[in-house]
Unconditional design. Structure first.
Length: 446
């Protein structure tokens, strides 16, 4: 391993040379590291070139399991939901919840809004009353200048829906923004929104610097700080819910009656609303389901997470994204999520598995995908909370994790089969599996 760990022009190296350089400078066994990195290259050269184009300085591929949660009944339509995640218990839990609600009316979902937002941030020391007096003229010029960018989106029914002037001068001297609302149809729209905003920034600069209402000098001097979409989209919102008579919730194998389960469940969700420590883990469970489908459809899970976590803290405290109520003997469980998604553009039609994911879902619109993903998040949350208030989370989780533990401990096929049989009905832990394998191997050695 070389001590010289800096390089100029790394991005210009061929992919094999990138691998060799990184292996030589950052691994104890360069040959072994090179072999392992290259082992995961796609044997189909065209597919590998496609994958390499998704990122920069690629060395290899990072495989993730592509699973499916069947039996999702959403708004009367049955789906098999694709999920990309490395935790088997997540897919199992989503599948279990889907099957559970299949006989109780399924999941319901509706779109509450599809507005997305972007902002042109700028500093300006002029008289805001003058700008407000000519703001309608400015909006006309903004739309005219951006017309070559928006024309195709407008043909599909989208485009710029509103433009506002927002002042933050009470918090930061001379700071304003153009707050722009968009509808982007079936595309997530990030590139479209950012292109429009950068065009708006140029128009704003020209408008203020040349309009006769503004005095010569500082009043015509605009400092554009930045133009960028917002990943917080509280008005691009979807609601998913389940409901049934309380008596249909149980009873359960552990003897917990339906009414008791319903109240414990309601209380657990209420705790997540009140306590940010619990809310964080509670919402993480929702994103176990959400992120898995977002990844499977090649959408931006970082943007989704950022927007939803902001939404969870919108009243000043981080709270649960889901809610539960029991009214007139009916159990209600629901969540609202701001989801800015796309089913066209970006990687959704480029990534070969993402294309299969969308086909599996019936090639949904962006709005339908919002409802599918919100329902999956709700299913995951339901399964987790139900486990917490009944058997506890570790029982099912560790059973699903058993295969990973056996692999970690180097169990062969026979040892793994014996361990699974031996541990059936018992508490699964890393220590228990290790001790069992130790006993088995000691007997074989004798």
């Amino acid at each position: 391993m070389s001590d010289n760990k800096t390089i100029s022009g790394f991005s210009k190296l061929s992919k094999p040379d990138k691998v060799k350089w990184v292996a030589a400078h950052f691994f104890q066994n360069p040959a072994q590291a090179t072999q392992e990195l290259m082992r995961w290259w796609n044997p189909d050269g065209e597919q590998q070139r496609l994958l390499d184009g998704f990122s920069e300085n690629t060395l290899s591929n990072f495989p993730m399991p592509f699973g499916v949660a069947p039996n999702f009944l959403i708004n009367g339509k049955v789906y098999a939901v694709p999920m990309v995640i490395e935790e088997s218990s997540v897919v199992a839990a989503a599948s279990s919840a889907a099957k559970y609600w299949l006989d109780r009316g399924g999941f319901h979902a509706k779109i509450l809004g599809i507005k997305k937002l972007g902002q042109v941030h700028f500093s300006w020391s002029g008289d805001v009353r003058k700008l407000e007096s000519v703001f309608e003229d400015l909006k006309t010029e903004l739309r005219q200048d951006a017309a070559p960018i928006t024309v195709n989106m407008e043909k599909r029914g989208g485009g710029v829906t509103d433009i506002e002037l927002v002042s933050f001068t009470d918090q930061e001297p001379d700071y304003y923004q153009l707050k722009v609302s968009f509808e982007t149809c079936d595309s997530m729209g990030a590139n479209f929104i950012n292109s429009v905003l950068e065009c708006f920034a140029k128009t704003l600069d020209r408008f203020i610097s040349t309009h006769p209402i503004f005095d010569e000098g500082d009043e015509r001097d605009v400092n554009i700080i930045m133009s960028i979409l917002s990943n917080y989209t509280p008005e691009c919102l979807v609601r998913a819910w389940v409901e049934c008579p309380v008596e249909k919730l149980g009873p359960f194998d552990n003897g917990l009656e339906a009414a008791t389960l319903a109240e414990k469940f309601r209380k657990a969700v209420r705790i997540a609303y009140l306590d940010p420590h619990r809310a964080t883990t509670h919402n993480k469970g929702i994103f176990n389901g959400v992120d898995a489908v977002v990844l499977a459809t090649a959408n931006d899970f970082r943007a989704v997470e950022a927007g939803c976590h902001t939404f969870a803290a919108r009243d000043g405290q981080y709270r649960s994204l889901s809610h539960c109520a029991i009214e007139d003997g009916i159990f209600h469980f629901w969540l609202d999520l701001p989801l800015a998604l796309g089913t066209v553009g970006g990687l959704t039609k480029l990534h070969p598995i993402a294309k299969l994911s969308l086909e599996m879902l019936g090639n949904p619109s962006a709005e339908e995908l919002m409802m599918i993903i919100a329902s999956t998040g709700l299913a995951q949350n339901f399964a987790a909370v139900r486990s917490l208030v009944t058997t506890g989370i570790q029982s099912g989780h560790m059973k699903m994790h058993l295969a990973n533990i056996l692999n970690h401990l180097g169990a062969n096929a026979a040892e793994a089969a014996d361990a699974m049989k031996y541990l059936e009905g018992k508490t699964v832990s890393f220590t228990a599996v290790r001790e069992y394998l130790k006993q088995v191997r000691e007997k074989v050695a004798v």
